[in-house]
Design a protein around this ligand. Structure first.
Ligand SMILES: CC(C)(COP(=O)(O)OP(=O)(O)OC[C@H]1O[C@@H](n2cnc3c(N)ncnc32)[C@H](O)[C@@H]1OP(=O)(O)O)[C@@H](O)C(=O)NCCC(=O)NCCS
Length: 164
């Protein structure tokens, strides 16, 4: 199947219909579904409290990529003035390499633009080559690193960013 362009998801998003696939805003009531993915994706997963507090903040948006009632991936976006931070991005292990990560990130980039952010930034484990490759394909470059940013195992991050 041809991968839909990001404009497709914005159209569906504004229609608020149930056509699949679709990207929807995620609230605190869906945190358990996110946690089920999160725990399979990360060695130092966010807790439910992280997601609940993110879902309750006016500076944070969480979007899920859905097929039917199933959430296959999600992105968490923070905004600090004109900077958008990609705070979390994950796709269920069995749904990877189908373009979901890319479409969520493209959707996030477009959201940042619509909020008039002019730069996007994120941290990624230095060993996380799939994510680094994804970010590079969407125009992110390495800006620096944060020492011992991650735990379990302890590891530096690459700080990656791009103009919006
Ligand atoms: C990183 C992640 C979100 C990518 O999601 P995905 O849906 O599999 O990615 P996509 O199918 O959209 O891939 C887009 C591009 O990213 C790159 N990429 C993705 N996975 C890759 C892999 N395993 N190896 C190499 N490149 C990869 C490729 O350039 C790919 O394009 P291509 O398929 O045309 O070659 C997913 O692997 C994941 O959830 N990982 C665990 C959580 C995580 O590490 N999140 C990021 C935290 S910073």
């Amino acid at each position: 199947m041809k991968r839909p362009e990001v404009a497709f998801f914005f159209k569906k998003f504004t229609d608020l219909n149930t056509i699949n696939p679709r990207i929807i805003p995620i609230g605190a009531d869906s945190v358990e579904k996110l946690m089920a993915i999160e725990q399979r994706c990360f060695s130092n997963p966010w807790t439910a409290d992280h997601f609940i507090s993110a879902a309750g903040s006016s500076f944070v948006e969480i979007f899920g990529y859905c097929l039917g009632e199933t959430i296959n991936g999600y992105i968490v976006l923070y905004r600090i003035k004109k900077v958008m931070i990609v705070a979390n991005l994950a796709v269920s292990p069995e749904e990877r390499r189908k373009g979901i990560g890319r479409i969520l990130l493209e959707f996030g980039i477009e959201c940042g633009r619509r909020h008039r952010c002019n730069f996007a930034v994120l941290d990624v484990r230095k060993s996380n080559q799939p994510a680094i490759d994804l970010y590079r394909t969407l125009g992110f470059n390495v800006l620096g690193s944060n020492r011992n940013y991650y735990s379990n195992p302890t590891e530096d991050s690459f700080i990656m960013g791009r103009p919006l």
